[in-house]
Design a binder for this molecule. Structure first.
Ligand SMILES: [Zn+2]
Length: 414
């Protein structure tokens, strides 16, 4: 049984002045697709409400599910995602161009998964060290030549790392910091492993991108924080670090990449830092009004999708969902679409034969669309709708893409 607690303070600034930005239903752990033998066991659900801190503007979940329960048996391997390996090659090249480390400098990746990013740094002549709590994946990375400590980054694992390898000229963390509940503790530990002239590069989901592109289904227990620049700058003011560069990246629909350095190193921040801060200020990104507009757009999208599926089911059409990921769980629960679905199809073989979190919809290969065509396919993986549709040119039923604005293609409409 996963352990869970609800905090009552902002995890960046400690304020108790918290505003409910987007109420969402309780869900099971979003990526906990269960094997057949567990399909008759109910899965516990935990709240996923989204909160805005009125003290600093940080957007976050207050409900925390013990990370041991989420990550230790993680199914996700970096190289299973198409395009991500190439992305890391470019990522390493961009970081090396900006940082220009000496030959043989140490790069540490926190949450290194199968070592895909570190492999790119090693090819460029860096020494590398991974840290990742998913034991099986860490062991495999080590066996393949990317030394990986099979732990979370803690003061203990940081001391082990520094004793073995020295301090890092570059530390990276991709899509990890959003998962950390104790941010002051995490950044203090990063300071332990970073050389005095070191840079901490972290990339994570950007609240502005989530608002702009309506990426509300990236909200689930794993993602405790939805970062932006101004709250981060306020937070870092109380640490030894500051933001020396920042950029918005298209990864996962909308991310922010910060470069942090020790203030004592005296590096002048890039003009991009002040530019993005001014942009966030000008649009009121951290205000209640912006959050209310976001909530209204999400709820309108949900109502439109539910109505379309109500009509399809009433017309006797069999509904199948495309995509069986963590975002699917949020989408199905938030929009109340579980009852409409008969099953999910997915192109990841690791998901086949499993059952969706809580709703226990069976997950089958997507050739179902040719073998036993349903009347309507909802592309729950809507950010990849064009790829999903292109994969099945012979499908004669209707495609329904629920987000960011509902659209249908083929058949006789929903
Ligand atoms: Zn705060």
């Amino acid at each position: 049984m996963p352990r869970h607690h609800r905090r009552d303070t902002c995890r960046l600034c400690g304020s108790r002045d918290l505003h409910l930005a987007l109420p969402l239903p309780a869900t099971p752990i979003a990526d906990d697709y269960v094997a057949a033998e567990r399909r008759h066991e109910p899965q516990p659900c935990f709240p996923t409400d989204l909160w805005l801190c009125l003290g600093c503007g940080h957007v976050q979940l207050l409900d925390v599910v013990d990370p041991e329960d989420i990550y230790r048996s993680y199914l996700y391997v970096t190289r299973s995602s198409p395009g991500l390996v190439d992305y890391y090659r470019r990522y390493a090249d961009e970081v090396l161009a900006a940082e220009r480390p000496a030959a043989g400098a140490l790069v540490v990746d926190i949450g290194s998964n199968d070592g895909a990013l570190l492999r790119a740094f090693r090819e460029s002549g860096c020494r590398v060290q991974g840290v990742d709590p998913a034991r099986a994946i860490a062991a495999q990375a080590t066996a393949e030549g990317i030394p990986t400590i099979p732990e979370f980054l803690t003061p203990d694992s940081a001391r082990t790392l520094v004793a073995a390898q020295g301090r890092a000229r570059i530390a990276t963390a991709n899509n990890i910091v959003a998962n950390v509940d104790d941010l002051p503790g995490f950044f203090a530990t990063v300071e332990m492993i970073l050389a005095p002239d070191g840079t901490f590069v972290l990339e994570t989901g950007y609240w502005g991108g989530i608002v702009d592109h309506l990426l509300f289904d990236t909200i689930y227990h794993e993602h405790l924080s939805y970062f932006s620049l101004l709250p981060m700058q306020r937070f870092l003011a109380a640490t030894a670090l500051h933001v020396v560069d920042v950029q918005l990246t298209p990864s996962k629909g909308g991310c922010i990449r910060y470069h942090l350095g020790f203030r004592a190193a005296g590096r002048t921040p890039s003009p991009r830092v002040a530019a993005l801060a001014a942009q966030e200020q000008a649009r009121g990104l951290h205000g209640i009004a912006e959050a209310a507009r976001f909530r209204q757009r999400v709820e309108a999208a949900g109502a439109a999708c539910r109505e379309a599926l109500d009509q399809a089911v009433a017309a006797g059409r069999r509904v199948v969902g495309y995509g069986a990921s963590n975002t699917t769980t949020t989408l199905l629960y938030a929009f109340g679409l579980g009852p409409h679905h008969t099953c999910l199809v997915d192109d990841n073989p690791l998901k086949h034969g499993r059952f969706s979190p809580g709703l226990h919809l069976p997950v089958v290969p997507s050739d179902l669309l040719e073998r036993d065509p349903p009347g309507l396919v909802v592309v729950n993986a809507w950010r990849f709708a064009d790829q999903c549709i292109a994969r099945h040119p012979g499908f004669a039923g209707t495609w329904l893409v629920p987000m960011p604005a509902l659209r249908t293609r083929g058949g006789s409409g929903a």
